[in-house]
Write a new protein. Structure first.
Lengths: 112, 111
């Protein structure tokens, strides 16, 4: 993930709409990717992960897409709810023994 | 479910005090991590441990030390707290260096 400076990018969506949060990574050797959700004042919560041998993985209301060609990861949230409001950030790992590298995050705001 | 707990949610200390932050995980994970999180800087790794009594420096170890006497417990120590150590401190644990599970965080204020 990329550092985003002092201000987090913000995505504002209407309740019930679908949300797409993007993450670019720079290490072409990264083979494992995770999305975390962090609500205000709480620790990051694991949402979904994907390995580089896949390009799509689905969970409950969430889908992660991986495009290795352009080194891009996205998180799609279906039927966004107020409880989805949080900061979302991606993390990548280059394999066994490699630590996670975290992106700067995107703030998702859901309007009722 | 993985459970990672941290001893305090909020902590206020004075400059020069010695501060202990405790983290406990109940999943028999080998690896444990301490991060600090600051606006605009994201998560930065302070120290990690891959086994009891083992520790490795992360990206910003200066001013911190750690202790891992038991597998389930990883402590972060600020020997002499300073105002620039005011931050959110996050503990995490994992089986491998892949998926890390985080605790709720400790918001430390140093006056």
């Amino acid at each position: 993930g990329e550092s985003v400076g002092l201000h987090l990018p913000t995505l504002s969506v209407q309740e019930g709409d679908n949300s797409i949060i993007n993450c670019a990574y720079s290490n072409s050797a990264s083979d494992y990717f995770i999305w975390y959700k962090q609500e205000s004042g709480k620790g990051p919560q694991f949402i979904i992960d994907i390995r580089s041998n896949m390009d799509k993985r689905q969970g409950q209301r969430v889908t992660v897409l991986l495009n290795k060609t352009v080194k891009h990861l996205s998180l799609q949230i279906a039927a966004t709810q107020p409880g989805d409001s949080a900061v979302y950030f991606c993390a990548e790992s280059g394999g066994a023994g490699n630590m996670l590298t975290f992106g700067g995050g995107t703030r998702l705001m859901v309007k009722p | 479910d993985v459970k990672v707990t941290q001893s305090s949610r909020y902590l206020v200390k004075r400059t020069g005090e010695k501060v202990f932050l405790e983290c406990v995980q109940d999943m028999d994970h080998e690896n444990m991590f301490w991060y600090r999180q600051d606006p605009g800087l994201g998560l930065r790794l302070i120290y990690f441990s891959y086994d009891v009594k083992m520790k490795e420096k992360g990206d910003i170890p200066e001013g911190y030390s750690v202790s891992r006497e038991k597998k389930e417990r990883f402590s972060l120590i600020l020997e002499s707290a300073s105002t620039n150590q005011t931050s959110m401190y996050l503990c995490a644990s994992s089986w491998t260096t892949d998926t890390q599970y985080f605790g709720p965080g400790t918001r430390l204020t140093v006056l």
